[in-house]
Design a protein around this ligand. Structure first.
Ligand code: 4AD
Ligand code: MG
Length: 476
């Protein structure tokens, strides 16, 4: 008697089939109706306990979150909202649960509260939907690049380099904190450390990805990255996952085309494979928005928004055009922006959101940023001021992609690194790609949690990763 998953079982025609199901009790009504959930869907299976068949001792143990093994026949249901149910003929308690102590009560909990019980929140409908969609997106990412012939490359988690040159690294060390070996000048002697030098968690797999691209042609990475940036916002994590494709023989235009095609592909995949979960989250969002004043509500529902994104091209503008739009905006003229706008600024999230949410009302690709606000590896444009960068901004989120064409000219790259005080001798291996058969190449990084946020409509990035790592928070 093989176990059937509830999601699959609910698609059957009830014809007295004998089945076994296992799951956790969501509710138990009138000593007769068990709502059983096994995590395959938010829809619970109704198990009807045959009256008089089980002793009171057993019935008492059927409490919220107790785990059960149930066998019985699949029969049409007389109840509303379900076409079938299972007549519970044998019921085995796999694990008891003290319902009084169980933190998840069968009622609506706030997302903030659920973050405090992150170890249990997967058992709620909201998180069930979010994490099934997260899974689908991850699968679709591999499917997309596999279909295109990209090689999946596992870049290291522990590195010696700072790919972004932003100094936001978590150090990795086995040296004793209280009394580390020191050099004569008093600084810590990392030659005594595990790797014989200082090392840190990776902020991006890009530099190693470039090594792969200049051998395989096209690669992608998909792994965890770490940033010790002290940003306590709804879109920053200290540990997040990033997808970084890198392509040889590719310029900025090809890079943008790939990024747009990629984002649309994975959203479409989720829309085709996670309809039920998306509908659940769309409804959740709609209910939430009903609490807001009219002018704060979204113009589109979640599914409508996703359909719109998949079916319309992204806007493409240069950084200079973006700044002009901001300077012309009513928001700027009425001094609604907290941060000043002028050519050269690193756009703040309020600026990015103005562009995508108020002005274009669709995803926007911004290109050719000032070189001084971008990383050392970006290809310098002929104007001497900008680099061939591209960021993709999404409604409700802001930046979801950062990428660029790479500087493939050794002399220009070395010069830029010197200007930015990036130690060339430590990146000798990176510079070798420019010495031995350099090629135009480009790539980008998509923040995985940000796209999961976009697709699920979740307002806080802490609610789309299982165990969020944020400043002062590493509980689970
Ligand atoms: O723009 P970023 O810093 O670019 C890079 O790391 C490049 N090396 C990527 C490349 O070209 N291969 O980061 C890329 C994306 C951002 O657009 C954002 O979506 C996400 O990574 N991201 C974060 N997501 C969550 N929390 C953070 N602290 C993030 N920092 C960046
Ligand atoms: Mg960026």
């Amino acid at each position: 008697n093989k176990r059937v998953k509830i999601k699959e079982l609910l698609t059957w025609e009830p014809k007295d089939q004998q089945v076994t199901v296992m799951g956790w009790v969501r509710t138990f009504r009138n000593n007769q109706f068990i709502a059983l959930n096994d995590g395959s869907t938010n829809n619970n299976l109704q198990v009807v306990v045959e009256l008089g068949k089980f002793d009171d001792e057993l019935l008492k143990r059927i409490t919220t979150s107790a785990s059960l093994k149930v066998s019985g026949h699949v029969i049409p249901s007389l109840g509303k909202g379900q076409k079938l149910e299972v007549r519970g003929e044998t019921i085995e308690i796999l694990g008891d649960s003290d319902a009084e102590k169980y933190p998840l009560q069968p009622k609506k909990h706030s997302l903030e509260f659920l973050r405090e019980i992150a170890h249990l929140r997967f058992r709620t409908n909201t998180f069930g939907s979010v994490f099934r969609i997260r899974h689908s997106l991850a699968f679709a990412i591999h499917k997309f690049y596999n279909e295109k012939g990209f090689v999946y490359m596992h870049t290291p988690i522990v590195t010696a380099s700072d790919a972004e040159g932003a100094g936001e690294m978590f150090r990795v060390t086995t040296l004793p904190l209280d009394n580390p070996p020191r050099n004569e000048d008093g600084s810590v002697n990392f030659k005594e450390d595990f790797f014989g030098r200082s090392s840190n968690l990776t902020v991006s797999g890009q530099l190693e990805g470039e090594l792969g691209a200049t051998a395989f042609g096209e690669i992608y990475t998909f792994g965890p990255t770490f940033r010790a940036e002290n940003s306590n916002t709804a879109r920053h994590l200290a540990e997040f996952w990033m997808i970084e494709p890198e392509m040889a023989f590719c310029d900025l235009e090809d890079n943008m085309n790939l990024a747009e095609e990629f984002i649309k592909y994975i959203i479409k995949y989720a829309m085709e494979h996670n309809r039920e979960d998306l509908e659940f989250l769309a409804q959740r969002l709609a209910d939430e928005e009903k609490q807001l004043p009219q002018d704060k509500r979204s113009e589109m529902g979640l599914i409508e928004k996703l359909e719109f994104v998949v079916n319309n091209s992204f806007e493409r503008i240069t950084y200079t055009e973006a700044i002009d739009i901001l300077l012309q905006s009513p928001a700027y003229k009425k001094k609604k922006f907290q941060y000043d706008v002028k050519w050269g600024i690193d756009m703040q999230s309020e600026h990015e959101r103005y562009l995508v949410e108020k002005h274009f009302k669709k995803p926007v690709i911004v290109t050719n940023y000032p070189k001084d606000i971008k990383a050392f590896y970006m290809r310098q444009n002929d104007d001497g001021k900008t680099v061939a960068a591209m960021d993709i901004l999404a409604p409700g989120i802001g930046e979801i992609v950062g990428g660029s064409q790479r500087e493939e000219r050794l002399d220009k790259l070395e010069q830029r690194m010197a200007e930015m005080h990036i130690p060339a001798e430590e990146l000798w291996w990176y510079l070798d790609t420019r010495r031995f058969g350099t090629v135009p190449h480009a790539g980008f990084g998509l923040g995985f949690e940000r796209i999961v946020q976009f697709v699920t409509g979740m307002g806080n990035i802490r609610d789309v990763i299982a165990f969020p790592r944020t400043p002062k928070n590493c509980e689970f």
